[in-house]
Design a binder for this molecule. Sequence first.
Ligand code: MRU
Length: 351
Amino acid sequence: MRTVEWDGDAVKMIDQRALPWELAFVRLETVEAVAESIRDMTVRGAPAIGAAAGFGMALAARQSAATTVEALIDELQSHAELLKSSRPTAVNLAWAVDKLMKIALSGEFKSADDMREVLLGAAQQIADDDVAVNSRMGSNGAALVRDGATILHHCNTGALATVDYGTALGVIRAAFERGKRIHVLLDETRPRLQGSRLSAWELEQLGISYDIIPDTAAGYYMGKGEVDIILVGADRIAANGDFANKIGTYQLAILAKEHRIPFYTVAPTSTIDLSLSSGAEIPIEERNPDEVTTPYGNRIVPETFRARNPAFDVTPQRYLTGIVTENGIARPPYSRSLARAVAGERLGGGE
Ligand code: MRU
């Protein structure tokens, strides 16, 4: 079962808003609906929204009535902007859209139909590659997890956040599949509760031992010596190693340093944005404050109460022990190791 896939002339995806109560699917037949599914978090997680946007571009091409290559390119350009504006922080979204747009602009097509076929193939390739890349990250990261370890995890970085398998949760899964006895402390991850709703649902399916904890309890367990390693995902990694991830990651990183706990982010090279020199340049999404005051439709404060809702924060690279990629584990200085990983060079540190 994949989180996002092509289905006939539509994009099919798990409706992540319905979990853990119901495993429901939606079938989207327009690029506008795909953009909305990213915005409203029917699909979420950096690699999953990248794959959804890739299929969204393929869908836009198939929907279009354009009969010439030039007319099709014109339409795709505006759909590319629509998709890219649906969520700003995860670079995988722009990465996938730009990849398809570059193919469209390659000048290699004799007809609009040729282009439609090739774009669908490229979108499918992005989805297939994501699964393969996650399995390689799992192998590379599993060696970091010792037998008997308790792992602290934030948000959801599993199969649901990707096309399948996952990034940080993929490393946890790989360690488990290699026979390591592990336990996972899952930050619930307010306000959208990706930890308690989605990561716990995934670990239930996999039979991996876990406890959901309030986000505010992470420091407590670190102080008691109950956390051996912290594994999180990333939505965008700048060239110097600073990275954006789900709100709350930054405070975990500082607590990890205080308690001398290894702190890793796990992300594919498609999440690395070498065009940004530091995390200060990463755009941070601010979502509707209703997600804080009225989580999942339950109003918990009066309507007149005000709230703010940043969806991500930036963790400076100095708090990181390393960055697990499909090409091995990047270590400081990140400006060099990340450039090598993006170039496809093999870094050390895997199995
Ligand atoms: O707002 P979300 O749920 O899309 O945020 C997801 C995260 O922050 C994940 O940690 C990140 O995308 C990496 S997941 C493979």
